[in-house]
Ligand binder design. Sequence first.
Ligand code: FES
Ligand SMILES: [Fe+2]
Length: 373
Amino acid sequence: MTTTHLPESLISTLPGNYYTDSDIFKLEQEKVFEEMWFCAVRAADLDKPGAFKTVQIGRESVIVTRSRTGEIRAFLNICAHRGARLCTEESGEVKRSFQCPYHAWTYDLDGKLVAAPNLTKMPDIDRVEYGLKNVAVQEWIGYVWLNLADEPTSFDTTVVQDIRDRLGDVESIDRYDIANLDLGRRIVYDVKANWKLIIENFMECYHCATIHPELTEVLPEFADGYAAQYYVGHGAEFGEGVEGFTVDGSAGHDVIPGIAEEQDRRYYAITVRPTVFVNLVPDHVIVHRMFPLAADHTIVECDWLYLPEVVATGKDLDRSVELFHRVNQQDFDACERCQPAMDSRRYRDGGVLVPSEHHIGEFHDWLRAKIAH
Ligand code: FES
Ligand SMILES: [Fe+2]
């Protein structure tokens, strides 16, 4: 880094190769995505026993499913026999077992080996040991979080702590009762940019006045470039005359009943490392999950969640969804605009962060420490 020559107002970003180098991406897969709690699927998407999704976490493909007794289970998507990938579909439903398409080893929904050609002639095979490899599961705010580490870190001191650091406590998010909201809309974005550019962008609001005209109408304080997340517990207040968190500031839907008075008419953005953003507004919650696939390629799944009665009665969600859908497009366009520069000689030592972005430096320090050993 070339911090020595920088004026006091500026600090360096990471060097450009952190956003393009496949060796660094591999380290991130190993030390970040495969070590930390990774938000994989929305629990309600697995609506019955045998419903499954496959997700890419770091270098691993993982099957997430629901057992016959209703618990979420996750397994490495690898047959214990000769290693064939069990499921190639992104999602689907099996009746009571997963069968390998190669030699037909068959596993129940708890991952146990239950059948295989000639299995009775091999009575010494332990059905659990030669079953599917379990992945640690935690359900929280209605999402399934997975941890691939041999000894997973505490969920409370990592994921939940990120919430505490941002909101000041956990009760503030509990009030939105996110696990009991329903999915109103899901949009999947294919972003040709490094996952860290997406996080860095989400962490600062220096760009808001330039690229987010609709958002700054609703949240006038964002036009100053100081994002709400700088101050613990602070939510950005809706502008005068703004009735709801919608693309034109018109009224939204029924307010989530449990939220506190001070949470009404406010927007809270939370970054949960490594790959999740949670956005809280009075009548809905927006959850972003990133799936980093390569140094320059990230899939972002974005869920808009509302009270069940709002979704069930078919209320028009368009104006509500449109606001953050535009924000997402504006943000991801900006990230894609920066990605090619990461390979340029101009960015060999990185760019710079202005004072209202200096907190991104902490993210960079955290990332460097994670992949250092
Ligand atoms: S590799 Fe799966 S049954 Fe042989
Ligand atoms: Fe933005």
